[in-house]
Write a protein that binds this ligand. Structure first.
Ligand code: IMP
Ligand code: MG
Length: 181
């Protein structure tokens, strides 16, 4: 039987490494947001898995909301075109917001989200990304919380997909090029 695991050439971060790092990020956020009303917005669909673990590592009252954007279609290359498919529904004015992203690649998605949130009169906005790819960014994004600096490979697992698959892998690994070429 063909399994998802066979399509992965190398495991970059094991389930245990991810859980340990997410706990550290949660502890850091807990220390930084003590006494503040925190709203975490995750970018569907990939970041939902990261956010689910991150909020449980934050020892403060936290609200959760979701945004969906499209930028990649089903392929492995950035189209650079970002569109809102679903907006947040919480009231945002005066809130301390953290955007939770799975991976920061070109930065175009986060740049678009920052521009979208700019006129919403937030008390503050920060970005928590599980991964930041080692690429020359096309947009200058200030990320307060970064889980791992990862190599410039097409990776899947722990929320990251290729054509909507592999999101449920508990680890993060490199997808074999022959799968998407
Ligand atoms: P950016 O706009 O180029 O920063 O891309 C951000 C989005 O692209 C992420 O939220 C992911 O959905 C997707 N993405 C970027 N690199 C990868 C990858 O290696 N594997 C899977 N998805 C990726
Ligand atoms: Mg994706």
């Amino acid at each position: 039987m063909q399994t998802m695991h066979e399509d992965v050439s190398q495991i970059l971060y094991t389930e245990e490494e991810i859980q340990a790092r997410v706990k550290e990020m949660g502890a850091q956020i807990t220390a930084d947001y003590e006494g503040k009303s925190l709203l975490i917005v995750s970018v569907l669909r990939g970041a939902a898995i990261f956010m689910a673990d991150l909020v449980r590592a934050i020892d403060l009252p936290v609200e959760m909301d979701y945004m969906a954007v499209s930028s990649y279609g089903s392929g492995a290359k950035s189209s650079g075109v970002v569109q809102i498919l679903k907006d947040t529904t919480s009231s945002m004015e005066g809130r301390h917001v953290i955007i939770a992203e799975d991976i920061l690649d070109s930065g175009l998605t986060l740049e678009f989200l920052m521009e979208t949130f700019a006129p919403r009169n937030l008390a503050s906005i920060e970005v928590a990304t599980l991964l930041r790819k080692d690429v020359t960014p096309q947009a200058d994004i200030k990320c307060r919380y970064i889980g791992f600096e990862c190599p410039n490979e097409f990776i899947v697992g722990y929320g990251l997909d290729y054509a909507e698959k592999y999101r449920n892998l508990p680890y993060i690994g490199v997808l074999k090029p022959e799968v998407y070429q």
